[in-house]
Design a protein around this ligand. Structure first.
Ligand code: MLT
Length: 393
């Protein structure tokens, strides 16, 4: 066989490919693993969405290529309407919205559509690995902005060197934030819009967790900020909102030129989503809400966070996302060492913060999506096991 490209050799395996391997080993050894690893909703996709897929799959019009420029029209229109209802901002379904095969695909391909050698992508550390890896694979350079707890896990724009800002073409952010659960403010987005406008950078706002939030909280969006649409493209996903990770469906919206650039790149790579899936996605965006799932996550969040606090491990309850980002509670142990010990001694699988970047050292992430849990009983069990493991001293 010929050798793989140097590009591919320069990147690590996808984080969750590694985690799945470790989990499979633990399960094969007979352990009853409580898997707080990947953020993959365990509740089923709502029934009306499944029914819409079945109905659409019987329509032969969905069996052929989708030859539209930006995506299946009923889906694109539903996405634009949903955005208007949720965030009060109008986007034009004719050119300001593009359908994606999941937001991961779009976030990755955007890097290839914009970066040439010498160009810079500014990415968060810790952050979703897809921004960094694909910016590098596309031939660009990466500047990591540290997201520190004392700054609310927001990047400090004044710390970005002028020379970096001058060469930067993309600035990736994600709020509500994976992995820390941090949220943004309109003031932060206004500063970011100004920064990107001043330096001619495309602001890439990953909002995969836009509607995963509790107690009525709604993260603002960058398009709500005056001038936001001039410099931004925002990514949304049906995965986390409607329990549809396996369906691979998302959309990007915002600046017309950025949307067209991504659509041009994609038209040379993929031939869009199976239209019946897009029809089902339109049904979800128009007629389904995720309040039932949120109630379950909130209950689990409270059992986990209250339980850990009660046994002497201080953790903060996230306002949004289904991730609990906690400090490693044992002095002198790295994130990886602690997560390994937790798996070995409590059979609780968590993600070391370093999986999301060097600034994740000293932290770990626990997901509130857990197959087999109904009312939070497995989260209570996780707390019991962590206490019994003796790791907290
Ligand atoms: C995560 O757990 O970080 C996410 O589920 C990964 C993803 O969405 O691809």
């Amino acid at each position: 066989m010929p050798e793989r490209s140097k590009r591919l050799d320069s990147i690590p395996p996808y984080l969750f490919a590694e985690i799945s391997r470790v989990k499979a080993e633990a399960i094969a050894s007979g352990a009853d693993v409580i898997d707080l690893g990947i953020g993959d909703p365990d509740l089923p996709t709502p029934e009306p969405v499944v029914e819409a897929l079945a109905k659409a799959a019987h329509n032969p019009a969905t069996h052929r290529y989708d030859e539209t420029p930006f995506g299946w029209v009923s889906f694109i229109e539903a996405a634009a309407d949903w955005y208007g209802r949720e965030f009060g901002v109008r986007v034009d379904p004719n050119g300001e919205v593009v359908q994606l095969i999941g937001s991961k695909e779009g976030l990755a391909h955007l890097a290839y559509a914009y970066l040439d050698p010498g160009d810079v992508a500014i990415v968060p550390n810790p952050g979703y690995t897809v921004y960094r890896v694909n910016s590098l694979m596309a031939g660009g350079e990466v500047h990591e902005t540290p997201l520190l707890e004392e700054n609310g896990f927001l990047p400090k724009l004044e710390d970005i060197p002028v020379e970096v800002a001058r060469r930067a073409k993309l600035f990736y952010v994600c709020y509500p934030h994976n992995p820390t659960g941090a949220v943004a403010t309109p003031e932060f987005y206004a500063d970011l819009v100004r920064f990107c406008r001043d330096h001619d950078i495309l602001l890439v706002n990953d909002m995969a967790y836009a509607t995963v939030s509790y107690e009525g909280f709604r993260n603002p969006t960058v398009l709500q900020v005056p001038g936001g649409k001039e410099v931004s493209i925002e990514f949304h996903s049906l995965s986390k909102m409607f329990n549809m990770t396996g369906w691979r469906l998302g959309f990007a919206l915002g600046n017309r030129d950025a949307v067209a650039t991504l659509a041009k790149f994609k038209s040379n790579i993929d031939s869009k989503q199976f239209p019946a899936i897009a029809e089902a996605g339109a049904e979800a965006l128009r007629n389904v809400d995720n309040s039932a799932s949120l109630a379950v996550y909130q209950k689990r969040r409270d059992y986990l966070c209250d339980g850990l606090n009660a046994i002497g491990w201080p953790v903060r309850k996230p306002k949004a996302t289904f991730y609990v980002w906690a400090r490693v509670p044992v002095q002198g142990m790295s994130s990886a060492e602690f997560c390994k010990s937790l798996l070995e001694r409590a059979h609780v699988l968590t993600i070391p913060g370093t999986g999301y970047g060097t600034q994740g050292e000293g932290y770990l992430r626990m997901s509130l999506t857990l197959m087999g849990d109904r009312e939070g009983e497995r989260f209570q069990e996780a707390v019991r096991r962590i206490q019994a493991s003796g790791l907290l001293g």
